[in-house]
Design a binder for this molecule. Structure first.
Ligand code: 5RP
Length: 226
């Protein structure tokens, strides 16, 4: 699995051209992209990047990638990011690493979104992976109740890390929601957004242009959505 992630991360670096301002996602697959871009920068590639998390900013800094705040940029040519699940239409669940809010903002500011993932992330429908929902800490238990009342998800829990509540880069909590099979991601996304206290959902609908998938045999499959 790690090999497939590495292959796709390295392969996707080819989409990054000299002079581009790009968004860089978060996660263990993007880690390989960052390392590869770092190598190419040493060989003369000139790019600027907007990171999607503090962790990505740290890694990109180490790799020698120049970073910019999203507010200093009009549009991004391209964002490359990972995913937790990808359905046949390219709709995704993201946020396993807790960076969904910034990832969605950066993706929405990009002319193109390329997803890099190993083949295990391809699913016939979304929902086996618990859907992350970023919420305001104040009154989050009210949000929990409303998500359960919506009937879309059977079970949910507050994300913890090392027995402490997980706090996002933007000082929010994450509710991981077990929805099992998401038949209608668009309606689920809108329903969740109508709950006061919900900041963002991990449903990325109709955002990806293509996926670069690392296969078991070391090959790469490219799936285009638009
Ligand atoms: C972080 C994300 C990641 O893109 C997603 O969790 C995939 O990560 P990985 O490449 O480590 O499997 O959405 O918020």
């Amino acid at each position: 699995m790690e090999e497939a992630k590495k292959n796709t991360g390295i392969y996707a670096a080819d989409f990054v051209k000299h002079g581009m301002t790009i968004g860089i996602g978060t996660g263990t697959t993007v880690y390989w992209l960052i390392l590869e871009l770092g190598k190419r920068i040493k060989q003369g590639l000139n790019i600027i990047a907007v990171p999607t998390s503090k962790e990505t900013a740290r890694l990109a800094n180490e790799a020698g990638i120049s970073l910019l705040d999203l507010n200093a940029v009009d549009r991004l040519s391209l964002t490359i990011d990972g995913a937790d699940e990808i359905d046949p239409k390219g709709n995704m669940i993201k946020g396993g690493g807790g960076a969904l809010l910034q990832e969605k903002i950066v993706a929405a500011a990009s002319d193109e979104l390329i997803i890099i993932a190993d083949h295990f992330k391809l699913v016939p429908y979304l929902g086996k992976f618990p859907l992350p929902v970023e919420v305001i800490p104040f009154g989050y238990k009210q949000v929990q109740k409303k998500i359960i009342d919506s009937g879309f998800c059977e079970k949910l829990w507050l994300r913890k890390k090392n027995d402490e509540i997980f706090i996002t880069d933007h000082h929010h909590y994450i509710l991981d929601c077990e929805c099992e099979k998401i038949n209608d991601p668009v309606t689920l996304n809108s329903t969740l957004h109508l709950i006061p206290g919900v900041v963002e959902t991990g449903l990325f609908i109709n955002m990806a242009n293509k996926s670069v998938i690392g296969l078991e045999d070391g090959k790469i499959e490219i799936i285009k959505y638009k």
